[in-house]
Ligand binder design. Structure first.
Ligand code: NAD
Length: 318
């Protein structure tokens, strides 16, 4: 079997081994693959792995040898699933390798918005023990989270784990999910409608997948329904937010802080409206990337292909 990894650098910048995948066939690993090189690189491959490199309907149609696409991620929006299904190409994803990592990261983003630790540290290292009172208390005010409400949109694996950490910080939890699991409700957690969540949350954290129904779920209309001074965290997918609308809300102070690990177009475009926004943090889609989760991801990626080769595909997305 010929196996091609289109953008292997993202999972394995050199600290992990490809040996277990090499054991399954002839392996070629590319660091990254530009869109116009995808077809040429996978034309004679039976199994293709991608993290962020799109595999379009046209690619699927032109690469008839391809029988298996392994998505090296949880979100599989880079694949034209409909085209894969009609061409009988099995698509497997990695459902839960990074649950702890992403939840931990979402809370790290929130804590940074609340404490500005990086900026206070930079200030001390620059020889200013404590800058002006205005700088400390007005420009970078510290915020206590205990007693505040943490609203989760998409209460699946990562949403639930993030909520657990927020709960440990003393926050009350509410969630909006299109498929609520009522048994999860308890003293400190209940499901609410989207409108209720928007109006009662001090922090809104996005954990739903990117679907046509969720694209732009944070926009000027939904922002208008939020509490003044709300904070928004996005570790899910960039297009969940209409970035221009968030920028305006950050400028006006309606949203007091936003921290995103994902943006509408990645790598970020120079004209992304969030780049110049105040009280914002942008990181390069790395929430999933501790070595521990990347190793877990590689192990599952290999077992997905093994299961496919044995005729019992697992983690199939449809
Ligand atoms: P999951 O499938 O366990 O949970 C998703 C939840 O969203 C489910 O409970 C589902 O019912 C809910 N949902 C679906 N459509 C909805 C809608 N229209 N409105 C409200 N809720 C809806 O997935 P997960 O493992 O928790 O991952 C969540 C997302 O996190 C992934 O889709 C992916 O985009 C993102 N992710 C990001 C990183 C990163 O590095 N930043 C890493 C892994 C995953």
């Amino acid at each position: 079997m010929k196996i091609v990894v289109l953008d292997g650098y993202t999972e394995n910048p050199g600290d992990l081994s490809w040996e277990s995948l090499e054991a399954l066939g002839t392996l070629t690993v590319y660091d990254r693959t530009p869109g116009d090189k995808v077809i040429e690189r996978i034309a004679d491959a039976q199994a293709v792995y991608t993290n962020k490199t799109p595999i379009t309907g046209e690619t699927i149609e032109k690469c008839a040898n391809m029988k298996f696409i392994g998505v090296l991620a949880t979100g599989y929006n880079v694949i034209d699933i409909k085209a894969a299904r009609s061409a009988n190409v099995v698509v497997s994803n990695i459902p839960s390798y990074g649950t702890d990592a992403v939840a931990q990261y979402a809370v790290a983003l929130l804590l940074e918005l609340c404490h500005h630790i990086g900026e206070h540290s930079d200030c001390v290292k620059a020889g200013e023990w404590s800058r002006s009172r205005d700088w400390c208390f007005w420009k970078h005010p510290l915020v206590e989270l205990a007693g505040k409400t943490f609203g989760v949109i998409g209460f699946g694996r990562i949403g639930q784990r993030t909520a657990k950490i927020a709960e440990a910080l003393g926050m009350k939890i509410v969630a909006y999910d299109e498929r609520p699991v009522k048994e999860l409700e308890g003293e400190n957690f209940r499901y609410v409608s989207l409108d209720e969540l928007l109006s009662m949350s001090d922090v809104i954290s996005l954990h739903c997948p990117l679907f046509p129904s969720t694209e732009g779920i944070i926009n000027k209309d939904t922002i208008a329904k939020m509490k003044d001074g709300v904070k928004i965290i996005n570790t899910s997918r960039g297009p969940l937010i209409v970035e221009q609308d968030l920028r305006q809300a950050l400028d006006s102070g309606k949203v007091s802080g936003a921290a995103v690990d994902v943006v509408s177009e990645e790598p970020i475009r120079e004209d992304n409206p969030l780049l110049g926004a105040k009280n914002s943090i942008i990181t390069p889609h790395i929430a999933w990337a501790p070595r521990e989760s990347r190793q877990r991801l590689m192990n599952i990626a290999v077992s997905n292909l093994k299961a496919f080769m044995e005729g019992n595909p697992v983690n199939v997305v449809s």
